[in-house]
Design a protein around this ligand. Structure first.
Ligand SMILES: C[S@@+](CC[C@H](N)C(=O)[O-])C[C@H]1O[C@@H](n2cnc3c(N)ncnc32)[C@H](O)[C@@H]1O
Length: 489
């Protein structure tokens, strides 16, 4: 026995040597760390925990033992944190979606703000101004404008629900179990997208079962119905994209006609034939069976003066929390402090939303983006809004953003950059230093990679504003906007 260790119960009250499978009881969860893991201490060693909430006193089973830290899973909660909330969703714990529902929203915001500060200070080692308080999400439920569901011939069942006498599983239309590519649970109600999203999904499931249309078998890769995407806008338009494995118009029409009849808000009904091994449809043709091949989102122009329209096609990226996207863009626009003489570069422009949003206050906006189809959307979005001072280029920013582009398009006065989670390639950061705009506004959905990139940029720039924004309530994700102003040229 090391310290106080009981071999029968594996309960370790005190002891220097910890083994995989050991149970530690009575530890207090202190805080949240990266990836939403809880943090506690035991015998001077840090323990990263799956489950629990800061302020809980828990029992945990250790599953990883390292010299500097331990990892474990909460097996029992001995005292509940005052910051806890009763999760509102029946799928909490099964679904990977809104995994912070058990923590009240004010506490979620506190940890998101902390995540930003920790990353910028620890990883970036940056000199920072006072970090502004996080902007909460206007809505904490039904805030998403897009959901993607998967069909599965044999839906996942919990251990309690599984009957070995009757092992047959029902077909499911829902979400993947976290980290299980072949396990999908049937969603009864999801709190992420406004009505009639749930009713549409349930009608699709019902109609498919009524006609005995085969759901896809994810392991054997056979079946017909693969995925259902529902996209919606604040203007009340809805797009449906049904993905199937081969052409059978009787089945496709059976499902889509039911939706057409029951849901007049659907303005774009589409299907895709996908016989590939994966569900991505960016390389496939989309057939618009009924309505328009796009939906239109509206956003107030910065500084007033009416609305901007954004066309969203089945393959177009659009920020999934539309109301928060508007706040995010407005803050970025305010931070940029544009004048009509400014040449602006919008890096990672997607469908040109930011470029078109800021164009009225700039001399010219150059938008750069990898996906060719998104660039085509960006041009359409300029045209339908009567914007004539934008130019868009498709390609990898690492290759596109160079001296030749800058020589032909003009020196940037302001660069707005909104990279994916991986952040910017080091060459892109270096090119920004070479281009030396007066200001850089860096929007990020990953404060860790943002901190890494800011470290490079701070060789020549001072950080003058930091504004976290919550786009995804009940998740660990946080968006952050940083303004950099040139210090050295
Ligand atoms: C976070 S999204 C931002 C989209 C846009 N700013 C918006 O708010 O809608 C990141 C975008 O970067 C694009 N992207 C990712 N890697 C890229 C690269 N190496 N070069 C150019 N674009 C890239 C993605 O296709 C995506 O559209």
């Amino acid at each position: 026995m090391d310290g106080l260790y009981d071999k029968t119960t594996r309960l370790c009250i005190f002891g220097p040597s910890m083994r995989k499978g050991d149970i530690i009881s009575g530890i207090t969860v202190e805080t949240m760390a990266a990836e939403g893991k809880c943090v506690a201490h035991h015998d001077g060693r840090v323990i990263f925990l799956h489950g629990g909430a800061p302020g809980d006193v828990v029992e945990a089973q250790i599953h990883k033992v390292k010299s500097k830290y331990l990892e474990g899973r909460v097996t029992n909660i001995l005292a509940f944190s005052p910051d806890r909330e009763i999760p509102f969703c029946e799928h909490f714990g099964t679904c990977g979606g809104c995994s912070w529902q058990h923590i009240n929203y004010a506490t979620q915001l506190f940890y998101k703000q902390k995540q930003v500060i920790d990353n910028l200070e620890r990883i970036g080692g940056l000199s920072l101004p006072e970090i502004r308080s996080i902007v909460p999400s206007q809505e904490t439920q039904y805030y998403r404008n897009r959901l993607d569901f998967t069909f599965s011939a044999e839906g996942w069942l919990s251990k309690d629900a599984f009957d070995p006498e009757n092992p047959q599983r029902e077909p499911a239309l829902g979400y993947h179990i976290p980290r299980k590519y072949d396990q999908v649970f049937d969603v009864r109600k999801c709190y992420l997208q406004p009505d009639p999203s749930n009713a549409i999904r349930l009608a699709v499931r019902d109609e498919a079962l009524k006609h005995q249309i085969p759901f896809f078998d994810l392991r054997r890769q056979v079946g017909f119905l693969r995925t259902l995407t529902i996209r919606s806008t604040g203007t009340g338009e809805i797009m449906i994209i049904l993905q199937v494995t081969y052409e059978n118009m009787d089945w496709i029409e059976a499902v889509l006609k039911r939706l057409e009849k029951e849901f007049p808000a659907i303005t774009s009904l589409n299907y895709i034939i996908n016989g590939k091994k994966n569900d991505t449809f960016y390389d496939l043709d989309i057939v618009c069976l009924k309505g328009k091949p796009y939906i239109t989102e509206a956003m107030a122009k910065p500084g007033g003066g009416g609305m901007l329209q954004f066309r969203i096609g089945p393959k177009s990226f659009y920020q999934t929390n539309s109301k928060q996207a508007e706040q995010l863009y407005r803050i970025a626009w305010e931070m940029a402090g544009l004048t009509r003489d400014d040449v602006v570069y919008d890096l990672y422009t997607g469908t040109g939303t930011i470029a078109n949003y800021v164009a009225a206050q700039a001399k010219k906006v150059v938008g750069l983006e990898y996906v060719g189809a998104a660039i085509e959307d960006a041009k359409v979005n300029s045209a339908i809004n009567g914007i004539a001072n934008t130019t868009f280029f498709a390609g990898d920013i690492k290759d596109l953003l160079n001296e030749t582009l800058i020589a032909t398009q003009g020196d940037p006065d302001i660069i707005i950059t909104d990279p994916p989670r991986a952040g910017m390639h080091e060459d892109v950061c270096r090119m920004l230093l070479k281009a030396a705009p007066e200001k850089i506004v860096y929007i990020s959905c990953n404060p860790a990679t943002q901190a890494r990139d800011l470290k490079i940029l701070s060789e020549q720039y001072s950080i003058t504003a930091v504004q976290p924004v919550d786009m995804f309530p009940h998740t660990m994700h946080v968006e952050n906007i940083v303004r950099l102003v040139i210090a050295l040229r």
